[in-house]
Design a protein around this ligand. Structure first.
Ligand code: GLS
Length: 821
């Protein structure tokens, strides 16, 4: 239990909050009100640790990490925070005394969904690990008014519903008006001469006030509380008569609107860049505020700006925060009067960049026209960075136009953010070993050749505290009973479980827990989607964002194939299987949305066909998000990680499944490679083309799926069912686009860009191995336990230690709480 926690005080605090906030006694309270009252009481405990942590940081004058990210997919805080202050049994008891169930209370909290998928969730796992390991860090992001949309499925189609997560207020956040910062957009740059020196001043601009809200990030049992700082926007001069009189009426209204729209909504694209002006505004908004604040904070304690990098490091979570590079330059040049070389040295020693994808449609390239209009001074600086860099390229590779074309930062009317991020920092990292190798040898080859010392790998990780301790309490207790609780802060210790994989009784215990978790998921799906699941069937799960490269389509095509087999032979000997899907599609991503419809259409036919005796069931779980993910991972038998090799930079869901004892069915892509290395190929089901093969085909212009169509009757039959109304009798043409995408015909893209038909036979074969293996329960239990036991490498604690050692160079801080008098 945390030092700051006292059961009686806590209970009083809950009652006090109930009275003060809601003017109610506990017996009149709704669960939602109870949630708020408890959350405020928990915050009360946290606050003391939060203050103590920051006092300690100040005292030790620590180096601080700023993790700059457009996304933080935090998930619910209450349950996690209660676990982190190590007060779960006590809080549970108190609530029971008051007539409430902690699970129900936790369920009242909206999921703060300020992220899309893996990239945002990684940021959240990193914050958890940083606090638990005791490293001084801020997460810096945007307080979107609407986070990731809520997904409803109607008639098999995805509907997007706004996520009004702040509707009832958010108990854990703290508004810090004293740190409000002005951010300027547009206008023009004026040159003034001061003391014989040129100075650049932005004039005629519009500005907004960035107001930070802080959320506590509570370390596990160590009194450390870090901060996630998300910025809200406010108009600087709210519309006033004063400005009206001055003829500035229009400007006042514009500023008001600008502030409102900037933080209005998170763009729901994952691995995809849409090029919207508002998105660039969002980027500069939170970056300018964060960087200004970081510089101010540094200068409060130090007098020499030249040593800024000794106390500060900025990690750029993908290219989205790259304007940090020219923004820091601007502050150093214009506000501190440094020379270009001085400013450049400080900047490049402060910034580091993580690449999260090789998908070309994710590459951020801003048209010069837009960029320079919105950020005139920043653009000037980018141009100068580019001019100097081009000079360097020309010196190194005289006459080599190809190098200039590929590496320039400003080229062809566009500002290329990845190139700027690579040049503007001292480190470039990929997120899994294979991904980093592809960056070095393919995508970023020219940069790697020029500056190899910057490149390094940091294989992603996940926090076991959320995804096992909180998400799967039955398994967590079982693990602790067997090997003690070290794994909570030292996941590699979980390897001690391996010996229990040999023990028949332990195998049985493990399978019983899996069964109970399947019942829990079945209850969830029944309650939320009204669909019945059979927990005795094998749960085969693919949950992640919907994207063509992730190949949910291959999964459902295989289900269609299996169903055909079953129709041909109703006595087919197979283990009853439930295929579970969960995925949000970007609102404008038509083919992804059609794939959701296809999954639901197939589900409709198969689930209503009594002739197959319930051997296959297909379920699309609505609104996949962090809170139900915790329930889903715990219940999975099979983890579908079937991306086209080379396309999934890392994946992190794969690690969460493994930690919960699901077996991976996957390609040799992203972190799957390392997962298989840890657990052994014999305890996973691997299939499909290698990344080398994929890349070779791509360089040669693709392959011809028509050959497969012509020669493979089973595949042809499945494809024909896409266009003969088998799954859409009302509209046989409904899935034509999907059919076309696989076989080309009219579309301008290459046919079957993601090698779905090419990998389908080997996928089906791997699925047969899964079926066979599951029949041997003893073997399966053993392999599942070995997966849990081999997951040690994939804790984000390990990832963070690697970032600290190779990139950030932070010192661990210990926080002691003073006993209250
Ligand atoms: C992503 C990648 O697609 C994932 O493979 C990766 O695990 C994640 C975190 O590094 O980043 N990149 C992206 O744009 N969205 C992601 O989830």
């Amino acid at each position: 239990m945390s030092m700051g926690f006292d059961k009686e005080t806590f209970k009083k605090s809950v009652l006090f909050n109930m009275k003060n906030v809601f003017r109610k006694t506990v017996d009149e309270a709704t669960p939602e009100q109870m949630y708020q009252a408890v959350a405020y009481a928990v915050k009360d405990v946290i606050i003391d640790e939060w203050i103590a942590t920051h006092k300690e940081y100040e005292k030790q004058d620590v180096k601080t990490l700023y993790y700059l990210s457009m996304e933080f997919l935090m998930g619910r805080a209450l349950g996690n925070n209660i676990i982190s202050i190590m007060a779960q049994p006590e809080v549970k008891e108190i609530l029971e005394e008051l007539g409430f169930d902690l699970n129900v209370i936790e369920d009242q909290e909206p999921d703060p969904a300020l992220g899309n998928g893996g990239l945002g969730r990684l940021a959240a796992c990193f914050l958890d690990s940083l606090a638990t390991l005791g490293y001084p860090a801020y997460g810096c992001g945007i307080r979107y008014r609407y986070g990731m949309f809520k997904q409803k499925i109607e008639g098999g189609y995805q509907l997007e519903v706004p996520d009004d997560w702040l509707k009832n207020g958010y108990p854990f956040e703290l508004r810090r008006a004293e740190y409000a910062t002005e951010v300027k957009f547009g206008g023009y740059v004026n040159t003034v001469w001061e003391n014989g020196k040129e100075r650049f001043v932005q004039e005629g601009y519009q500005s907004v006030l960035a107001v930070p809200y802080d959320m506590p990030i509570v370390g596990y049992g160590n009194n450390v509380v870090n901060t996630l700082r998300i910025w809200d926007a406010q108009a600087i001069n709210t519309f006033s008569l004063d400005s009206f009189d001055r003829g500035d009426y229009q400007k006042a209204v514009e500023q008001e609107n600008l502030a409102k729209t900037i933080v209005e909504v998170l763009y729901p694209n994952d691995n995809h860049y849409a090029g919207k002006e508002l998105r660039l505004k969002q980027q500069y908004f939170f970056i300018s505020a964060s960087v200004q604040r970081a510089v101010m904070k540094y200068m409060e304690k130090h007098d020499d700006i030249h040593k800024f990098y000794e106390k500060t490091v900025f990690q750029l979570n993908d290219t989205h925060p790259t304007v940090a590079v020219p923004e820091l330059m601007r502050i150093l040049l214009d506000d501190y009067g440094l020379s270009w070389d001085e400013a450049w040295e400080i900047t490049t020693k402060t910034c580091a960049y993580t690449n999260h994808t090789i998908m070309s449609e994710a590459l951020e390239k801003w048209p010069i026209e837009l960029f320079s209009r919105l950020l005139p001074r920043i653009y000037q600086i980018v141009e100068e960075i580019n001019r100097r860099f081009q000079q360097k390229i020309t010196e190194m590779y005289p006459g080599n136009q190809d190098k200039l074309r590929k590496m320039s930062i400003v080229y062809d009317g566009q500002v290329r953010m990845a190139n700027l991020a690579i040049l503007g920092g001292f480190s470039v990292n990929g997120v899994a070993r294979l991904h980093t190798e592809i960056l070095k040898n393919q995508e970023l080859k020219d940069f790697y050749q020029m500056m190899p010392e910057k490149f390094n790998n940091k294989t992603n990780g996940i926090t076991q505290r959320r995804f096992l301790l909180h998400g799967n309490p039955l398994l967590a207790q079982w693990v602790t009973k067997k090997i003690g609780s070290d794994w909570i802060t030292n996941l590699p210790h979980i390897h001690r479980l391996a010996i229990y994989a040999e023990d028949p009784r332990c195998r049985q215990e493990f399978m019983d827990i899996k069964y109970q978790n399947k019942v829990r998921l079945a209850d969830y799906v029944k309650e939320h989607n009204g669909i019945e699941l059979d927990p005795r069937s094998m749960f085969d799960v693919q949950v992640k964002r919907l994207h063509e490269y992730k190949r949910q389509l291959m999964n459902i095509l295989h289900v269609m194939y299996l169903y055909n087999q079953l129709k041909d032979n109703p006595n087919l000997d197979m283990v009853p299987r439930t295929f579970l899907f969960g995925a949000k599609a970007a609102a404008g991503y038509k083919r992804a949305k059609l794939t959701i419809k296809l999954i639901n259409a197939v589900a409709d036919v198969i689930n209503n066909d009594r002739s197959i005796g319930g051997k296959i069931k297909v379920v699309f779980i609505e609104d996949y998000k962090v809170s139900n993910a915790e329930i889903i991972f715990a219940a999975a038998d099979v983890s579908e990680q079937i991306s086209t090799a080379s396309k999934e930079a890392s994946g992190t869901g794969n690690m969460k499944f493994m930690l919960n004892g699901a077996l991976t069915l996957g390609t040799m892509d992203g972190a799957n490679v390392e997962i298989v290395e840890e657990v052994g190929a014999e305890n996973a089901f691997i299939f499909g083309m290698s990344s080398d093969e994929v890349i070779r085909y791509e360089n040669e212009g693709g392959y011809n799926p028509m050959e497969i169509f012509n020669n493979n009757f089973e595949i042809r039959r499945v494809l024909m069912q896409l266009i003969n109304g088998y799954y859409s009798p009302q509209d046989p043409e409904l899935f034509r686009d999907i059919y076309n995408s696989l076989l080309n015909t009219k579309s301008s893209d290459r046919a079957d860009t993601y090698f779905i038909l090419r990998d389908l036979p080997s996928y089906a074969e791997a699925q047969r191995r899964v079926d066979q293996a599951y029949r041997d329960e003893a073997w399966w239990a053993k392999a599942a336990i070995l997966n849990v036991a081999s997951s040690g490498k994939f804790t984000s604690d390990r990832t963070i230690e690697e970032y600290v050692k190779d990139i950030w160079h932070l010192e661990k801080v210990k926080v002691e709480l003073e006993e209250e008098a």
